[in-house]
Design a protein around this ligand. Structure first.
Ligand code: ZN
Length: 289
């Protein structure tokens, strides 16, 4: 399969849960919308990849929102996903680029570490789970690893990688989340620790043509896992004109009157997909209290 997809699997007789994803196309779409520079594209792509995999852990109509605000020049990175493989996200300042002397993208510099990673799960019926951890390196993979250990009490390893060409094309993107199940054996834990210490970067594996299944096999061996589910992934925004009405209403009559008088209406822009929605003067008039 050439498109983006997520593989959910169990390894070593259920001792480990492993999710692996290829996200090259969806990160490309996000990047076409954001016109991000390479380092910002990598930061956004890693965040989208982690968010869509966490979405894959949810059920039914549950959703997850991830916010990363490390005080770095990229500003806020925000992404949300549902349980069916749809994800969207943006960075408030996508025109950011830093690299190490090696040429590797310096995502940590763009994101910063003076802030937190927030994960909010909407579990329906006004039931929310929010986890918040201080950013460790701003490299995002490390930060999610720390999040799972601290907020969800699940020892995990998160690998994320995005390969960006100098002319801002996403060449490869993907990731994995390995989680140690309660009561896991020492053999399983030391086997995965060994594998994690020698595995190639995710961006290299995806660029070399490895599938999500191949990445899981690299981690645990082809004979030692079984696939639970395979799910296509895509960048999709579910915005609509109606969703901007509460925000406009909350501005109050004075500000609405100003928009009617000065601009003969208003234009709302979706941060996620850049879709524009026009509100006429009479539509704004109807929102006044
Ligand atoms: Zn939108």
């Amino acid at each position: 399969m050439k498109n983006d997809y997520l593989v959910k699997s169990l390894a070593f007789n259920g001792n480990l849960r492993i999710y692996a994803a290829r996200t090259t196309e969806l990160v490309n779409k996000a990047n076409q919308i954001a016109h991000a520079y390479p380092t910002a594209a990598a930061a956004l792509g890693r965040t989208l990849t982690a968010t869509v995999m966490i979405g894959g852990m949810l059920k039914g109509r549950e959703t997850v929102t991830v916010r990363i605000n490390g005080g770095g020049p990229i500003g806020l990175i925000l992404a949300d996903a549902d349980s069916m493989g749809n994800v969207r996200g943006y960075a408030s300042n996508p025109r950011v680029h830093f690299q190490y002397d090696s040429g590797k993208l310096n995502v940590g510099m763009a994101v910063g570490t003076d802030g937190d990673l927030y994960v909010t799960k909407d579990l329906g019926l006004k039931d929310y789970f929010t986890g918040q951890v201080p950013l460790q390196t701003g490299e995002i993979g490390d930060d999610f690893t720390y999040y799972f250990a601290q907020s969800e009490q699940t020892p995990s390893a998160v690998g994320l990688g995005v390969l960006v060409s100098p002319d801002n094309e996403i060449l490869a993107s993907g990731g994995f989340i390995v989680q140690v199940m309660p009561g896991a054996s020492e053999e399983a834990i030391s086997a995965i620790e060994r594998a994690l210490s020698t595995i190639k970067p995710v961006s290299d594996m995806i660029a070399d043509g490895l599938t999500p299944e191949d990445m899981i096999a690299e981690l645990v061996g082809a004979q030692n896992y079984n696939v639970l589910e395979t799910m296509p992934l895509a960048f999709n925004c579910n915005c609509s004109k109606e969703k901007f009405i509460p925000g406009l209403t909350s501005l109050g009559n004075v500000e609405l009157d100003e928009m009617i008088k000065d601009d003969n209406g208003a234009e709302a822009v979706c941060h996620f997909c850049m879709q524009k929605y026009r509100f006429s003067a009479s539509e704004l008039e109807a929102l006044k209290k």
